[in-house]
Design a protein around this ligand. Structure first.
Ligand code: NOJ
Length: 539
């Protein structure tokens, strides 16, 4: 089975991981310093949010040079060393690739904007508007996607923020340039790309108005209908599905067998279209159902059943609990570490890829920075919305709050920086940090470490099939993973009450937490605990 179907992914947000020069911003030499620790945790693949040259208005998701390192983070030599050092430790590197748009400071856009007959004009989407916008298309952030440029009297299109103009993939030169960028990094040995808002790559050529929809708020797994619009003509175009195959084919010739993981959203059918009906499109897509978990066994059972039905082998589901755009999951659990252990166990033991956001392994909490004071451009756009109101409505506006610096130790600056941190480190206890939790046997960090290693060392968990079992009258989730004659059974108790069961066969205990116990064939699961057992089928 291909390596990327079995891996685990750990996301690093370079701004906040480890500073090495005291400027308060994380950097590549800082990350290199922490690689031993990441390896010790058991991580297999590291995905980096962008560290390319960028004005930083959207913290790197506004790129002005795809083949240069932003001086905030270091140099190309640091980057080469980072890739080398990761590989030395038998881990893989995935870079974030923002193909949909550039920064408006990118030389391509500066040229494109300079005149209507500039050779780069068609690198972007320009339209005449006759005193009004060319059509009603709304961007993913809820504003009109059209931006007026006075000097050439036309509008350019941006499906995210106005300083992130969308590239025009109907122009073969854009494709060629972007494939060149992929080649540049693949030749350096990177093992894959995370494709930013890949659902937005193509826009419909007819430029027809989008139809009306009753839905206002988008969710991480549904941007298709939002802000009273059905995004028929500016998201999830059939051309984007085809392009997924083209990119896959292009990168497949590299010997490291790289993979693509797409940030897309929509129904199972839409996700499947990006993956390709013959599994020949994007290798993986992020699945965001866990962002809105309902902490009950039934929710997780239904999710597993749905994924087995919609994404059976050779498709590989992904389980995402958080990222740099979402509220930290520990806050969604009210800070309850027992529940965090159950939830993360689910993520690692299901068939598919667990995607872990840095800091989730120590239960790093959200900040409380108001929208008004946010550095995040989305917070700046909505600065007059009070934080309590956006929280109440369940919309996440100030993404600074999930991007706070990593807590390494209880020293000044939490071991993240010796300078003034770009976002506040906030108040914390020694037991909230990596070094504090390493010493504590039952800490969340040690739980994650066990999960990473358990999965890594079990071919049943990495490759085995999955089917759920019905357990009525309790809040216990049970599922089996099978490979050859080996069966791994997972029990997770989402309830407060303890649950007892007599197990009919002789099992080996692989892993347990939260006080779960197996004695003389009798399983006892206290509230919010879990157990993983293994047995061999008789011939
Ligand atoms: C999605 C990224 O995850 C987000 O952080 C970014 O702001 C937008 N795409 C625009 O690139």
């Amino acid at each position: 089975m291909e390596w990327w179907k079995q891996t685990s992914i750990y996301q690093i947000y370079p701004w906040s991981f480890q500073d090495s020069n005291g400027d308060g911003i994380g950097d590549l030499p800082g990350i290199i310093r922490r690689l031993d620790q990441i390896q010790d945790l058991g991580v297999e693949t590291i995905w980096f949010s962008p560290f390319y040259r960028s004005p930083g208005e959207d913290f790197g998701y506004d790129i002005s040079d795809y083949t240069a390192i932003d001086p905030r983070f270091g140099t190309m030599e640091d980057c080469d060393k980072l890739i080398r050092e990761i590989h030395k430790r038998k881990m893989k590197v995935v870079l974030d690739m923002v193909m949909n748009h550039t920064s408006d400071k990118h030389p391509w856009f500066i040229e494109s904007k300079s005149s209507k007959d500039n050779p780069k004009r068609d690198f972007y989407i320009w339209k005449k508007g006759k005193n009004k916008k060319p059509n009603n298309w709304i961007s993913m952030v809820g504003t009109s996607g059209w931006n007026y440029d006075k000097s050439t009297d036309e509008f350019y299109y941006s499906n995210f923020l106005s300083f992130q103009p969308d590239l025009n993939y109907r122009n073969p030169k854009v494709k060629k340039a972007m494939f060149g960028v992929l080649d540049f990094w693949l030749k350096k040995g990177v093992d894959g790309f995370r494709l930013d808002i890949f659902n937005s790559i193509y826009k419909d050529e007819s430029f027809k108005d989008n139809p009306f929809s009753l839905r206002f708020f988008p969710t991480p797994d549904n941007h298709d209908e939002a802000f009273f619009q059905k995004k028929t003509y500016n998201l999830n175009l059939p051309e984007s599905f085809l392009f997924a195959k083209e990119v896959r084919k292009h990168i497949s010739k590299y010997k490291q067998k790289p993979f693509l993981i797409g940030e897309v959203s929509g129904s199972g059918k839409v996700l499947k279209s990006f993956l390709g009906e013959k599994a020949d499109g994007l290798n993986l897509v992020f699945q965001f159902e866990l962002i809105h978990f309902d902490y009950h066994a039934q929710f997780f059972k239904e999710l597993l059943d749905k994924n087995e039905k919609e994404f059976p082998t050779p498709f590989t589901p992904t389980y995402v609990l958080g990222n740099h755009d979402q509220r930290r999951y520990i806050d969604r659990l009210g800070g309850d570490i027992r529940k965090a252990k159950v939830l993360s166990a689910f993520q690692f033991l299901a068939r598919g890829i667990p995607v872990v956001y840095y800091g989730d392994e120590i239960g790093r909490k959200e900040g409380r920075i108001s929208n008004f004071l946010g550095k995040d451009p989305i917070a700046k756009m909505n600065r007059f919305v009070p934080l309590f109101l956006s929280n109440l409505l369940g919309i996440y506006i100030n993404r600074d709050n999930c991007r706070l610096p990593m807590l390494w130790d209880d020293g000044e600056g939490a071991g993240f920086t010796t300078g003034k941190s770009w976002l506040p480190v906030g108040k914390f206890l020694a037991s909230d940090t990596v070094s504090g939790q390493k010493k504590e046997k039952n800490s969340l960090w040690n739980h994650y470490r066990s999960l990473f290693h358990l999965r890594k060392n079990s071919n049943v968990l990495r490759e085995g099939s999955l089917h759920t079992k019905q357990i009525s009258g309790s809040d216990v989730l049970c599922f089996e993973r099978k490979l050859g004659d080996k069966v791994v059974t997972v029990y997770l108790n989402f309830g407060d009450k303890s649950w007892k069961e007599l197990l009919p066969v002789n099992f080996n205990l692989l892993f347990s937490f939260g006080g779960a116990d197996l004695r003389e064939g009798k399983l006892e699961l206290p509230g919010h605990s879990g157990m993983v057992t293994e047995f061999r089928l008789r011939k």
